[in-house]
Design a binder for this molecule. Structure first.
Ligand SMILES: [Cu+2]
Length: 323
């Protein structure tokens, strides 16, 4: 069968067979974007790194010096690394279960008003989730499914590190490993495959339902992402994606952070919204049902309650095995 007729056949194939094209999966940074055929399993690993290196107030960046005019300590830059392990299983063609666990590694550099610089770090298990994905519709290469996740409070939110001056200290909100709260995560995903290209869109939210052990609740998060992809041969596809996200300020506060003279300890300087553009590469090998993906994203606009460190660029790489 030649290349062209393969795609004509797959464009009309049901969802389970549509996996046999390299753009069948969304870009690797999109979660919960596919269902599996009955009795199919999948294990996945993703690595993500987000780099933040500029403080923002509203849509404009501000210098560390101007942050230091109001605070004794300014966050200078931050690296947020995540290792995400996922597992999927489909009891039926219309229903897929998905579990995800994250390991988080955070590191932040700071400038103090007197010129001293210091770094804080934290790492450990982040938030986890259990998700149900339900197929609502599929026809001619198009599909729509809904997701509902339960967010589990597996992340520690009392991480500490050494800070020059006060010594061993509770770290501010963005250096904690997750929400530490129960929550729900609804989503809706649409995908359409054509002969030589495909596109999709997903809207999703994270809604936190209770205060964590330190007496606060992270702001709810909303995301809308849309992508287009095209196979470049039988194993590789390329994609372009835009993602708009918004998240609220913190409800309540951690009493141990009240005296820290740094914007990251203020529960009202955590909200914001941003727009990211990303380029992706997907690989799919139908013999071993192994897929891999790489996505590199750049934040092109953000509006932050600040001073708050804004995202600069991010990278997600992952590999998935199904059987
Ligand atoms: Cu899967």
């Amino acid at each position: 069968m030649n290349f062209k007729s393969t795609f004509i056949m797959l464009a009309a194939a049901p969802l389970a067979l549509a996996e046999y094209r390299p753009d069948a999966f969304a870009p690797i940074g999109v979660m919960g974007e596919h269902l599996h055929a009955k009795d199919q399993f999948m294990a996945s690993y993703r690595y993500m790194n987000m780099r933040m290196e500029q403080n923002f107030v509203g849509t404009g960046s501000v210098s560390d010096g101007s942050v230091l005019a109001d605070f004794m300590v300014a966050p200078a830059d931050m690296d947020m690394e995540m290792h995400m392990v996922g597992f999927m299983y489909a009891p039926t063609d219309k229903f897929t279960l998905m579990a995800m666990v994250n390991i988080v590694e955070l590191s932040m550099n700071h400038h103090r008003r007197d010129g001293l610089e210091f770094k804080t770090k934290s790492s450990g298990i982040g938030d986890s989730s259990i998700n149900a994905l339900l197929g609502l519709w599929e026809d001619n290469g198009g599909s729509l499914h809904a997701g509902l996740g339960i967010l589990l409070p597996t992340a520690e939110v009392d991480e500490q590190d050494f800070i020059p001056g006060p010594g061993e200290t509770r770290l501010p909100y963005p250096m904690q490993l997750g929400s530490g709260s129960w929550g729900i995560a609804p989503s809706l995903t649409f995908k359409q495959h054509h002969g030589n290209w495909s596109f999709g869109a997903q809207t999703s939210a994270k809604i936190f339902l209770d205060d964590n052990d330190e007496g606060y609740r992270l702001g709810n998060k909303f995301e809308f992402t849309t992508w287009a992809a095209a196979p470049i041969n039988e194993q590789f596809s390329v994609s372009i994606r835009s993602t708009f996200s918004g998240w609220g300020n913190i409800n309540g506060e951690d009493n141990d952070l009240l005296s820290l003279p740094v914007p990251t300890a203020d529960p009202n300087l955590r909200g914001g919204s941003k727009l990211d553009l990303s380029l992706g590469l997907n690989f799919f090998e139908s013999g071993t049902k192994t897929s891999a993906g790489l996505e590199i994203g750049k934040t092109i606009w953000q509006d932050l309650d600040g001073p708050q460190l804004g995202s600069d660029y991010w990278i997600t790489a992952g590999i998935r095995f199904s059987w």
